[in-house]
Design a protein around this ligand. Sequence first.
Ligand code: SAM
Length: 256
Amino acid sequence: MRAAERGTSVLKSGVKRLLGRAGFDIVRSTNNRGGVDDFIPFEAVMRAARAAGLSVGDYIDEVMNGTPGATQSTVDELRALGVFEAKPDSVLEIGPGSGRYLEKTVKECSPDRYEIYETAAPWANYLVDTYGVIAQPTAGASLAPTPDGSIDLVQAHKVFNTLTFLSACRYFFEMARVTRPGGRIVFDVMTESCLDPATVRAWASQGGDGHDSYPAAWPRRTCVDLFAALDCRLEAGFLAPMGFASTEVLVFKKGT
Ligand SMILES: C[S@@+](CC[C@H](N)C(=O)[O-])C[C@H]1O[C@@H](n2cnc3c(N)ncnc32)[C@H](O)[C@@H]1O
């Protein structure tokens, strides 16, 4: 075997090993135009987390994604940036899944009202029962049940790298609409900063057919310019781990 082939084969087996241990076991949806709106299986993940003696969030970070402490480090960065300083009273999260960010957000700012838009019913029900959040009807990429300018902090984590371009940009317009003047919008996307050639090769080397819309990339500039046009100014951006790769978390503040 030539050296270059050996290199590729080592990379492939490394990526497979990481993905075997990591990467969400995302269940393909039957009704969302090829996306991944069913998320990981509720019962199986809960059982496995219990057996490992870990919270479901820590189980996903440590065992499924191979990135122990990743959720907490993102929340720590957001705290350092002052996102929780204004004590947001109303929070809206798109695609909270297991609630690993939700749990830590509630600890940071104890909001009076926490709305979620989540397509995976078992996880949405679990979050309602466990944290008393409000599960809004979730269809397409609409936040229609939430009034204009009513939310202090709108967030989504590891969601816009799984949705189609159209779903994500429709959600972006909605996020800007529901955020109150002076409120924050926080979400991560797979930007140019996350896509050096070695990482692109690692993505391409994954086995199987993939999950259609996942992983989706977004040009950073497009996000920043779009939100600027919606009166939301970029305050900060930082990288957050995602299995063997990363996403970039963007923090916007809506004009007052
Ligand atoms: C990769 S998971 C991330 C979950 C969670 N935020 C986390 O980081 O652990 C993507 C989440 O988005 C949800 N989802 C998929 N399509 C959605 C849609 N159109 N609207 C709201 N949530 C959606 C999935 O069910 C899943 O919970």
